[in-house]
Write a protein that binds this ligand. Sequence first.
Ligand code: P6P
Length: 329
Amino acid sequence: MNDALALPVGTTLDRFIMRKQEDFPFASGELSQLLRDIALAAKIVSREISRADQDTVGTIGTQNVQGEDQQKLDVIANIRFIRALRNGGEVCTIVSEEDEDLIHTGNANAKYIVAMDPLDGSSNIDVNIPVGTIFGIYRRLTDGGQDGTLEDCLQKGTQQVAAGYILYGASTMLVYTTGCGVNGFTYEPSLGEFFLSHPDIKIPDKGRQYSCNEANVSNFPLGIQNYLAFCREQKYSSRYIGSLVADFHRNLLKGGIYFYPASDKNKTGKLRLLYECNPLAFIAEQAGGQATDGIERILDKTPVALHERCPLVIGSSEMIEKVRKYMTL
Ligand code: P6P
């Protein structure tokens, strides 16, 4: 028989997770199961987004803890991820952008904490721009048998055991790391599976595109303004669609830099440390890039509040170094 006629469908996420678990001789399978639970929620949210209609698009008239209008799909995605993590049994407590307080799953003996933005950039949904889910996973510090605590959740980004994002775009992709490199999986709805499509992702050391909201430039720190002027002199391209996961993903694959600095409007930046900056910083570093607040490494920052914000400069290593130089001139 001519094998070439039947191309292999590739490695499923499930098989990949199992193979990677074999690399950890003492792994008990709980983190593997947690990653599967996240993938299940991602499939469900992907379906909700792809069939978004007048029943699920638009706002619901409430605001989240950030004071942002909640989109119907923000709430739907939040419910779907919380339900999947609760039913999966591996997570004791969740930090979500959509909830002011900690969410306790009732799995008091579970050893993991998840910090997540269930649907970042959701205001873009009704204009059909890609949106994303961002998650970071931590091992609890407190003993089992009780709900997770604030101490369990306010850990440095260096303490993450895994982090990832789901990009709901032309195709749905899951990109994650457990500290041994970054791998990307593309969802095949007809088979209900994520397949390995981007093994061992490495971000180019430099790129020729930058992502920021230039409307705020006059309020940016002087170092950032000077770096932007440098980008223009180098004839770089500006690529910014107002959806962090989509902008980050493009820069991860092609090389580039995304920044959301502090400004008069956002004194400490707009993006949240726990469930936006830390997970993407872990991925960026595992792919050979960097993530700072302009100067300090994001993963070294000690969180003091669940929803604290911080400036973010993330992407290709050489570009981040250039920003750091401008910021310290
Ligand atoms: P601005 C979406 O609300 C978000 O958190 C990121 O996804 C995006 O990069 C940024 O904010 C856009 O913010 O102020 O440029 O509209």
